[in-house]
Design a protein around this ligand. Structure first.
Ligand code: 6PG
Length: 235
């Protein structure tokens, strides 16, 4: 496990954008699962501004989780990526595999799981992403695995239906085993609000029993924490 600490969210997002560019210059097809939330916004803006003419043709885009809303709903993780990155960078729709948030959640979790088995290479008999990047909520959730649904960290299906603990909003999320089956997992975490959980997970290494992010441990790949000073030092 590697930790990289940055002075600012912008420096963090720029560094990860660089990583994505390097990864995308690989010779083969690269399967990447995107995260939602506000942190990736900065990343998408940097990708669209600095790298929109880059050759992204080897990348295939998926999601770690999606809210059960339509693709034109302001809550949609897909809409955020489309508006901020896919459209400006002219990413072809056939390289984008969104979770259909408008579908019945249970059926969509099944459909998306089947799609991953179809499109991704299998390792340990499970779909294997080349890269999954994740955020972490202030409650320690990651993707849409929340503290009140810790069983999703061990779920036997690669995709499941989750429920937001406050809003009750249904989500479709990748589950722990397929996340931990990725070749590379990267957390992008910024902001002082995340410091208490980061302190528990990465410094004190205690009181993390109910923090899903603490259980992200790749079985054969690499884990890198991209953190800004605010999230890592609480400054
Ligand atoms: C989502 C995300 C979620 C997010 C965290 C952190 O759909 O909301 O996938 O897991 O990564 O809530 O969000 P921020 O980056 O906004 O702090």
């Amino acid at each position: 496990m590697k930790k990289i600490i940055f002075k600012t969210p912008d420096a963090l997002a720029s560094a990860f954008a660089n990583q994505l560019v390097k990864l995308s210059s690989d010779k083969q097809v690269i399967h990447v699962a995107l995260s939602g939330g506000s942190t990736p916004k900065l990343l998408f803006e940097i990708l669209a501004n600095k790298y929109k003419n880059h050759d992204w043709s080897r990348l295939r885009f998926y999601w770690g989780d999606e809210r059960c809303v339509g693709p034109d709903d302001s809550e949609s993780n897909y809409l955020m990526a489309k508006t901020l990155f896919f459209d400006p960078a002219n990413i072809p729709s056939e390289h984008i595999f969104r979770i259909l948030g408008e579908n019945n959640p249970k059926q969509e979790a099944q459909r998306y799981g089947n799609l991953l088995y179809e499109l991704l290479p299998l390792v340990n008999e499970m779909p294997c992403f080349d890269l999954i990047y994740l955020g972490m909520g202030g409650d320690g959730h990651t993707a849409s695995i929340f503290p009140h649904e810790m069983e999703l960290m061990e779920h036997r299906e690669v995709c499941a239906v989750a429920t937001h603990p406050i809003s009750g909003q249904k989500r479709v999320t990748l589950t722990g085993p397929v996340i931990n089956n990725a070749r590379s997992i990267v957390f992008l975490i910024t902001g002082k609000a995340k410091y208490p959980r980061i302190k528990s997970i990465l410094k004190d290494q205690r009181d993390f029993e109910n923090l899903p992010a603490a259980y992200i441990k790749p079985t054969h790949g690499h884990l890198t924490w991209y953190l800004d000073d605010a999230a890592y030092e609480g400054t």
